[in-house]
Design a protein around this ligand. Sequence first.
Ligand code: UT7
Length: 326
Amino acid sequence: MMRAKITGTGAAVPEKVLTNFDLEKIIDTSDEWIVSRTGIRERRIASEGEFTSTFATQAAERAMAMAGVTADQIDLIVLATITGDYPWPATACIVQSNIKAVNAVAFDVSAACSGFVYALTIADRFIRSGGAKKALVIGAEVLTRIMDYTDRNTCLLFGDGAGAVVVEAVEGEIGIYDSLIKSDGNYVDLLYQPGYGNRYPGAKAKAGDHLAYLNMQGNEIFKLAVRNMGEAATNVLEMNGLQESELSLLIPHQANKRIIDAIAKRLSLPEEKVYINLERFGNTSAASIPIALDEANRANKIAKGDLIMFVAFGGGLTWGAVPVRW
Ligand code: UT7
């Protein structure tokens, strides 16, 4: 049976760091509050002249170098983002041009913080059905440009960056085991950016207008994130006859340390089996899992044959879980 195997990982983040102490100077907050409520200490922010495609391209090049795959061999690019370079066309097409992946079909996926899990699922299904052999799956965001730096409920949470993986068709039992992705459109306005779509076009959503920025009802999202990620993770394991105790590493979406701890508890996973790097990057939405995966991979925290799992939750609402035999 044809399976999709992750053969290379890469990440790229901006140089510029925004610490909790920097935020203390612009909003009514404290490092102590942010660390205790979220686990975040600092996040990266893009500078002028740096775009979502800038980091996506670098991450993709690093993943291809690790996989030993050249750009002309890539036949599919799926890029997850909610902060593309333009409303359209797809940032995936900009990356395709940058890396010269002349033989690829390229498109974006909009599933907010679950974007990477959605994009990986799409690539997996292309590969299983014979529609692609070598795919690039990218999660990339420049979220700091849709932050309202007068809103202390949101601006401290998010950061910029990109992560990418090369996924290749292989024969056998290794690779992406299965995936479970879900959505519920009844909660669109719990986490969204109202402005710049055609309900509130540019003119109505000028800078300074709250519509222009990411809006979130944090408390509600928190509860739904814990419940839905927990359920997706347990269900996808059960569907495949896998036990939670077989997991070597859980790489969750990096939104809030307390959300991650609650999921780890539900899966009875000890601290050392859960990868967390949000203290350094904050929530990078679709980029958070592939950035964490690349760090874990390059630090040799994943061995051949290990069962790892990605789990994510985000606006839409969207959520999902993907177990992978490394
Ligand atoms: O990526 C996918 C989705 N995103 C998430 O999963 C994020 C989910 N939500 C969260 O992570 C949390 O809800 C937040 C971190 C956003 C907020 O944490 P919370 O524990 O839910 O805090 P809260 O909103 O209930 O606020 C608690 C208190 C309030 O004061 P009172 O009413 O108890 O006096 C807030 O006014 O903390 C206050 N507060 C702050 N204080 C200092 C809220 N924001 C801040 C702040 N600094 N930045």
